[in-house]
Design a protein around this ligand. Structure first.
Ligand SMILES: Cc1cc2nc3c(=O)[nH]c(=O)nc-3n(C[C@H](O)[C@H](O)[C@H](O)COP(=O)(O)OP(=O)(O)OC[C@H]3O[C@@H](n4cnc5c(N)ncnc54)[C@H](O)[C@@H]3O)c2cc1C
Length: 314
């Protein structure tokens, strides 16, 4: 785990207007700093905020806390009668007033209660348990460029653009990694499938659900300009470089290489609203994490406490 300065660049007076209490920018406003710290970088920001140091971690390391990879947790679980099935997709869920039946490749598990944290598939499992149809998950592909070692030295802090309150995506930002590299991205491109490498049938099902959801069309109509911009950024490396240089003028990305992309499970309301907060639904015998957007990974432990409290009240 490493600590790293973070820096939020706000490129226009209009955007700095976001920083009033009561709207989404207020979270950032809380961290308002008196001056740009020396360790930050040169930027053309009209307004710049320096939040306290942020912790940089890798998901792989955090995941070593999971029972499947952490032998002590697995041992504790086994000693209290818990069975762990790894790599086992829940195919169907049948709730009743006293229990939930989960059908999967290894049989059926009859549980007094269930907690579903299914990311891109969260809506399907929740709806099959009787939870509201809204929000639905729409998949967005996020790609990055990676600048290695010495080439990344010009940027010594994480640098974020101030987000547009209407579009909670962070936009292209700069992230220092534990190994000293610099990640530039992500792009945000709506894609047909919820999983990279999905086959034709799976892609058709995912795409069908996305297209049938009224929120998809409302989102596209309301944010035509932003959608066009994101499409350009996703399609053109040059556009990513230009966007990054708005945060750090002169940043040389000529030696940057593509980094592995990810799929962001974006919850979308029926009215086309991109849901930017955690959404947890409760059905009779289950808790459903319907939306856990970034920084859900960073805040996984407090989020787990919140989910456990919900489960206790079933
Ligand atoms: C490119 C990218 C960069 C990100 N960067 C950050 C960051 O810097 N900081 C941060 O905090 N967050 C970041 N995030 C967001 C973070 O990854 C998510 O907020 C977090 O992973 C959400 O956790 P989750 O448990 O809800 O879903 P997931 O992490 O998607 O986990 C869901 C799990 O459920 C499993 N599953 C699904 N369906 C079933 C089923 N039927 N049966 C059994 N298992 C099932 C899936 O296989 C998966 O393992 C990033 C996301 C992306 C895409």
């Amino acid at each position: 785990m490493s600590q790293c300065a973070a820096f939020i660049a706000c490129q226009s007076p209009f955007r700095s207007g976001c920083l009033v209490p009561g709207n989404r920018g207020a979270w950032y406003g809380r961290f308002c700093a008196e001056r740009i710290p020396e360790h930050a970088i040169a930027t053309m920001a009209a307004v710049a905020l320096a939040p306290p140091r942020r912790i940089v971690e890798t998901v792989a390391r955090v995941c070593t806390l999971q029972p499947m990879t952490h032998p002590r947790i697995a041992r504790d679980a086994a000693s209290t009668g818990v069975t762990v099935h790894v790599g086992t997709a829940v195919r169907s869920v049948r709730p009743s007033t006293a229990a939930v039946d989960l059908t999967h490749a290894r049989g059926t598990t009859n549980a007094r209660q269930a907690i579903f944290c299914a990311g891109p598939w969260a809506d399907r499992l929740a709806v099959s348990c009787g939870a509201p149809r809204e929000p639905r998950i729409v998949p967005f592909r996020g790609a990055y460029l990676r600048l290695h070692g010495a080439d990344a030295a010009a940027v010594r802090a994480n640098v974020y653009p101030l987000p547009d309150p209407a579009l909670p995506f962070l936009g292209v930002h700069l992230t220092r990694t534990l190994s000293g590299d610099l990640l530039v991205g992500p792009t945000a491109l709506m894609v047909p499938a919820r999983r990279p490498g999905a086959g034709a049938a799976e892609t058709a099902r995912d795409l069908g659900e996305t297209l049938r959801w009224p929120g998809t069309w409302r989102l596209a109509l309301t944010h035509r300009r932003a959608a066009w911009l994101e499409l350009r950024i996703a399609a053109s490396r040059r556009a990513v470089e230009r966007t990054a240089r708005r945060l750090v003028p002169g940043l040389d990305l000529s030696r940057a290489e593509p980094a592995p992309p990810g799929i962001r499970a974006q919850a979308l309301g029926r009215d086309g609203t991109l849901v930017d907060d955690f959404v947890i639904h409760r059905t009779e015998r289950a808790v459903h994490v319907r939306n856990a957007p970034s920084p859900a990974a960073t805040s996984a432990l407090p989020l787990a406490r919140l989910i456990a409290d919900e489960a206790d009240s079933i």
